[in-house]
Design a protein around this ligand. Sequence first.
Ligand code: NOJ
Length: 575
Amino acid sequence: MSTTATQASPSDSNLSTDPNWWRQAAVYQIYPRSFADSNGDGIGNLKGITAKVPYLKTLGVDAVWLSPFYPSALADGGYDVDDYRNVDPKIGTLEDFDEMAGALHGAGIKLIVDIVPNHSSNRHEWFQEALASPRGSAARDRYIFRDGLGENGELPPSDWDSVFGGPAWERITEPDGTPGQWYMHIFAKEQPDFNWDNPEVREDFLTTLRFWSDRGVDGFRIDVAHALTKNLEGTLPTKADLEARSHGTDGFVDGSHPFWDRDEVHEIYAEWRKVFNEYNPPRTAVAEAWVHADRRARYASPEGLGQAFNFDLLQADFDPTQFRRIITKNLAEAAASGASSTWVFSNHDVVRHATRYGLPAAAEAEGGELMAGKAGKQWLLDGGRQEDVNVELGLRRARAATLLMLALPGSAYLYQGEELGLQEVGSEIPDSARQDPAFFRNKGVDVGRDGCRVPLPWKTGGTSFGFGDGGAHLPQPEWFSKYAVEAQDGVEGSTLELYRAALKLRRRLQTDETLEWLETGNPDVVHFRRPGGWHTVTNFGTGPVALPEGSVVVSSSALEDGKLPGATTAWLVES
Ligand code: NOJ
């Protein structure tokens, strides 16, 4: 349970009090256990983050988003929360949290934390109480317990699969030792789903939002925001019934799926918005909601969470037609909802984009949207060998794509290590070292997400490449050395220096949110203009192309005789 500690004082910071600070923020995602380890136990911690605040400041990000740092047995990398209002003792204390928040704020960097409202961990005191309490009790009502089907309740209430594979229901043993009820878990069995019809659950999350807001947290990233409310009345539909009407995990377009993207979920976010608005500036939120594109705006409405992730670019190929269509569509949607758009290429759940873009030509030749995302999973399944990746091309394209993204109106979400051009770790992680439940529950179908969660290389050599004085909780391959911060710091043309330059220049773009497409006459080249005579040109092709008039202020690869080479983006200002 929580203890009290000195709260970070917003007054000792040079933070913007602009209520719209989030609209065009560059947000850097930290996966705390893999960022920096201050005590040599192999697990990154909050003091490690505090020590790296100067690095974050010189990188030039506006905000940091922390993936879960709460007490957890790590059945799902911390997305299995034991206590929502505390810090995992393996990675720090509430005092460390306050110190970190104060250091970030002192550097002018806002702080966003992850909230995981769909499920707790099975070690949460409420779930333990539910297990120890009888059927029909108030304690069971905070979760989703059902009697099983079959003569003796030996069959799960439905044939649904969990997202990580295997059944979405787990049978418990009743306190008297007899086989008992089943509880629902959309994810791992260590992640029981809450019952959001229960007022205590609702109230407790309001308390949690206030708890972190009072400690100076500026915003929240809402995990699986589209799953909270459920309709599990009567006979449950079969998996086949659901698949016939679903768009992947997107739910139904009419909001009638039993658990994905139901309309009532927005009543919860309307309540949350009132809490956010109790603060000055109001706390912000971004929904992780894998919903049909037509329904995304509901999550991003100003009466709700305010912003929602758009994963469209993350799922696209390095392809000018796809990029242009996705950007146009998302800017229009954001404008209609009153939100600003979000852009992201990498996070802790997907194969890093520097690797995706360099995957074997065969995978790409088939083309088609979503190919990049699927190809990453397939590459891991095929053995995840670095020698099968065109590392140079992958990085070149990743730099071009990122420079394009950083010029777009809206918020850009960056994932730790992408500023180093870091590649995904594949076959170098032996099965014995894997941690992701997706690997264990879905053997042979999914290798999981450990490859993008390997601790960062800060130094070119030494123990765990400067991550800490001990080991690293996931093995770092030898080739991490050349991506280390130490190898890139101050080195002209390095990916780190490219990100620093772009993020610094980007501040000049954070004015109005308009974008004007300009015709290039070349289907491989996209060109847009932002206010203030700012031009972005990306050459998705292979041969060099002429640049428009203007002074080049930054480019993702060196120009060739004044021309823009293939897989390169340049920013120009009108002279
Ligand atoms: C989405 C998170 O990004 C992912 O890492 C996690 O496994 C699931 N939600 C379940 O919490």
